[in-house]
Design a protein around this ligand. Structure first.
Ligand code: FAD
Length: 290
């Protein structure tokens, strides 16, 4: 097990939708890059203009930050040619890391979606671009659309066998749930890293909303804990921070030495979680793409 000091962190951002959000994003990036993370990642919106903003944001981040950037890329609801063109655009801009995904379901897949039949095939095409690093998604509580836990694990295996380097999980709040999933994955022959995705709870009601859609379970005790913290922002912040740090520390004791933090483009909590886990602030660096 790595010592607390050598835990690797990666931080996920989403593309900003307004100038104000853009300022918040760049502030967050500026602060978190001083922790020398393994990489930043930029999500890729499911439809239309959000995808363009994702591409612009990932490329700007790659140019402006010294931290390696992983561009998320989804392959549902778009033709193979469209997806491949975006992959080439990222590659031409110098991005060498990808998070290869199916993408969030859209109500009706159009004819244009006669594209990649699986994420595994997208991975094959990404690898053909050159020397790339690919992460894929995994689901400790099983993807809500999966037939069952076994087929879900098989889907993960297919993606890793196709050449992805690691899996990053959907967020979860129960360490045992992750550890059982990791055991099942190991038993099924998966030996690549499975990096837990950690979501700090800035707002329990909002997290409830996301969790219903993505199938993550919020422990029953959380409602009482947040109710006890009441409407005092400091008490709620402290509680959310303690819950995230406790979860990561428990996982670290079980040999987990990399964490992927869903920042929601907010810095403070992710910074505090990382510092509590042994990360330290370093002097600012020059950009890698300069
Ligand atoms: P797969 O590996 O193809 O599927 C995972 C499992 O879900 C399999 O068991 C598969 O059979 C089942 N499944 C999924 N969809 C269907 C379906 N339509 N029919 C039948 N079975 C299905 N989404 C975005 O849009 N943009 C992002 O940037 C993004 N980033 C993510 C990052 C991480 C770390 C994670 C965990 C998720 C992210 N997602 C993102 C969400 C992800 O795209 C969805 O969960 C999607 O439904 C499944 O993607 P996948 O790559 O895991 O697909």
């Amino acid at each position: 097990m790595k010592t607390k000091q050598s835990i690797d962190f990666s931080y996920e951002f989403f593309p900003p939708r307004s100038e104000q959000m853009q300022r918040r994003l760049w502030r967050a990036v500026g602060q978190l890059e001083r922790l020398r993370p393994a990489f930043f990642s930029m999500t890729y919106g499911a439809l239309g203009s959000a995808q363009e903003v994702s591409v612009e944001s990932a490329i700007s981040m790659h140019h402006d930050s010294p931290v390696a950037v992983a561009a998320h890329l989804t392959c549902s609801n778009a033709s193979r040619r469209q997806v491949h063109a975006v992959a080439r655009q990222f590659y031409a801009a110098g991005i060498r890391r990808f998070v290869a995904l199916r993408g969030d379901s859209v109500e009706q897949e159009t004819a244009a979606s006669a594209g990649y039949p699986s994420v595994a095939e997208l991975i094959v095409d990404l690898r053909a671009l050159g020397d790339v690093d690919i992460s894929v998604a995994a689901y400790p509580e099983t993807h809500p659309l999966a037939r069952n836990a076994m087929t879900d694990l098989q889907a993960l295996r297919d993606k890793l066998d196709a050449g992805a380097q690691r899996a990053i999980t959907q967020y979860f709040f129960d360490a045992d749930c992750f550890l059982r999933f990791r055991d099942r994955a190991r038993c099924s022959g998966i030996d690549k890293p499975i990096v837990p995705g950690i979501l700090p709870i800035h707002d329990l009601d909002k997290v409830r909303g996301f969790s219903e859609r993505c199938g993550a379970t919020i422990p029953g005790r959380y409602a009482a804990l947040f109710a006890k913290a009441g409407n005092q922002p400091e008490a709620r912040y402290r509680l959310a921070l303690d819950l995230a740090v406790d979860l990561c520390e428990r996982l670290n004791r079980e040999g987990v030495d990399s964490f992927h933090l869903y920042t929601l483009n907010q810095t403070d909590m992710c910074l505090d979680i990382s510092l509590a886990l042994g990360a330290s602030l370093q002097a600012p660096q020059l950009t890698s793409a300069a």
